[in-house]
Ligand binder design. Sequence first.
Ligand code: NAP
Length: 265
Amino acid sequence: MTLAETPFTAQCFPALDGKVALVTGAGSGIGRAGAMAMARHGAKVVVTDLDADKAAQVVEELQLEGINAASAGLDVTDDDAVSAEIDKTVKTYGSIDVLHSHAGYQIEGNLEQVPLEGMDLSWRLNVRSHFIAARATVGHMRAQGGGSIIVTSSNSGVQYDREMIAYATTKHAVVAMTRQMAADYAKDNIRFNSLCPGFIDTPFNAGFETQMGGRDKLERYVAKTIPMGRWGTTDEISDSILFLASDMSTFMTGHALVIDGGECI
Ligand code: NAP
């Protein structure tokens, strides 16, 4: 049983009891797993996603476990909506202790193949949306004495992928931006770390699967390319989310935490 699956108990560490967390892109995949893990470990979680129904389903699943959480539809490219949801969270629950700014976008292709709209959307989602969400959050965190902001990058933020120029460059940029924010806000006890997963089997990889020429070829690629020879699971990533969100990582800021089965070694 991974840490993420462990039910919260008073003795459970890392405890997030009494903490308030907001997660974007949390209706599926890694964001969903991280939101559920934080809720199981005692946090009051606001589960947001572009698709309000998907976010609501996550809350329903938690309710079946006897855990209360809240959901909202939220498009992270809508600056005003992001700020409003963060302000609403603080007004409703009294604080925002953890922001996991997770939603992102991947479009395959090299310099000549990526459509300009795909390049622009990559920067908007993979960099700018994190800037907006963090900007809306830091004032609240400063006033309450600190907090943890987790920004999802990728192991493509610390290595280069063939024919993935939009994805690799934006994921590098967000690692750089997270380090800059970490340096600027360390004095306010606001920690910024980027989460850098490798291959995790979620709907996110549908485009790469097409680029590879189908599921069988993708499976062979993963088996051959990843030193551990397999996909990571969403729970393996949410264990790292728990670590970054909680007091287990209080002296850690500006770090890019790579969890990729050794791919970028
Ligand atoms: P996922 O299972 O596809 O979940 C992403 C969720 O974000 C989906 O529910 C998606 O909704 C939502 N979303 C898309 N655009 C949004 C927007 N504008 N505003 C709010 N929510 C939006 O993907 P995942 O595996 O969790 O991956 C997502 C993030 O992890 C990305 O930042 C990605 O770069 C990073 N990542 C993933 C992997 C991996 O292998 N899975 C590896 C490294 C990094 P729709 O389904 O309706 O679009």
